[in-house]
Write a protein that binds this ligand. Structure first.
Ligand code: DGL
Length: 277
């Protein structure tokens, strides 16, 4: 009885104006935000893009862990979010455990959707597109062992796709060569011709799903974790109240406020450029 009461009062203690902080190295986390909008349209959001650190995928584990822990520490102190979503596979597969240990706020990470891909594949061969840093993580090995041990999982690190997705959201043309090279890299691996399911293991990549679908051709399905992450956030904040006091903002790290370059895309996701962090 006592613990039930404590749980109820804990729910009511959450400040209704407290935002959900959605964090990525760039605009990839917007693919998670889009799903979050579907399940919690009333939730105030701060979107934070570590553009000064972009790309994460070509950095070392130590660089990424230090950067993510440091930034999230500062941001949670400043914005007092009710929950932090690390909308980045690279940051999550490297730093999720560590960040959870040091921050006293619920944290939802984004990890490659290998489990649903294993349930979907008919051929038994799954492709995985991520950053170079993500595809070498023990976290991914564990997901493969746990959920896809009877499948073939072919991994490819595609840093060019991160830049292509960023360009697309700035309204610039997408380099078709970058898309083709990513598809060819998976297809040319032993067994690659059998791929019928591709895990988009970087939050930037669903922004290029149309282009990738064309490059892979018919009969290939794409899967990513954004919907599941949004549902998990809804579960963890169940019963909380929301009061949005001002338009949701996008913040960028570094010395250049990139709000203007991404203004149209930010507006599509219900964000105003909020400046630098
Ligand atoms: N969006 C990030 C991810 O999900 C990575 C992009 C980058 O290389 O910074 O992995």
């Amino acid at each position: 009885m006592l613990s039930e009461n404590s749980a109820v009062s804990a729910i009511h203690q959450v400040d209704p104006t407290a935002p959900i902080l959605v964090f990525d190295s760039g605009v990839g986390g917007l693919t998670v935000l889009a799903e979050l909008r579907n399940v919690l349209p009333q939730a105030p959001v701060i979107y934070a893009a570590d553009t000064a650190g972009l790309p994460y995928g070509t950095k070392t584990e130590a660089q990424i862990a230090a950067r993510v822990a440091g930034l999230l520490g500062r941001m949670t102190e400043r914005f007092a979010p009710r929950l932090v979503c690390i909308a980045c596979n690279t940051a999550s597969t490297i730093a999720l455990g560590m960040v959870r240990e040091v921050l006293e706020v619920p944290i939802v990470g984004t990890v490659p959707a290998i489990k649903p891909a294993a349930a979907m594949t008919r051929s038994g061969t799954i492709g995985l597109l991520g950053t170079q840093a993500t595809i070498r993580q023990a976290y991914v090995d564990r997901l493969e062992r746990e959920f896809a041990s009877d499948k073939q999982l072919l991994r490819h690190g595609a840093p060019e796709l991160v830049e292509a997705a960023e360009a697309k959201l700035r309204g610039e043309p997408v380099d078709p060569g970058a898309i083709r090279r990513a598809a060819d890299a998976l297809r040319s691996m032993p067994g690659g011709a059998d791929i019928d399911t591709v895990v988009l293991a970087c939050t930037h990549f669903p922004l290029l799903e149309e282009e990738l679908a064309e490059a892979f051709g018919p009969g290939v399905s794409f899967v990513h974790g954004a919907q599941g992450i949004a549902r998990q956030i809804a579960r963890l904040t169940d019963g909380q109240e929301y009061a949005r006091q001002h338009p949701d903002r996008a913040l960028f790290t570094g010395t250049r406020d990139l709000s203007a370059s991404y203004a149209d895309a930010l507006a599509r996701y219900g964000l105003e450029g909020g400046g630098l962090f």
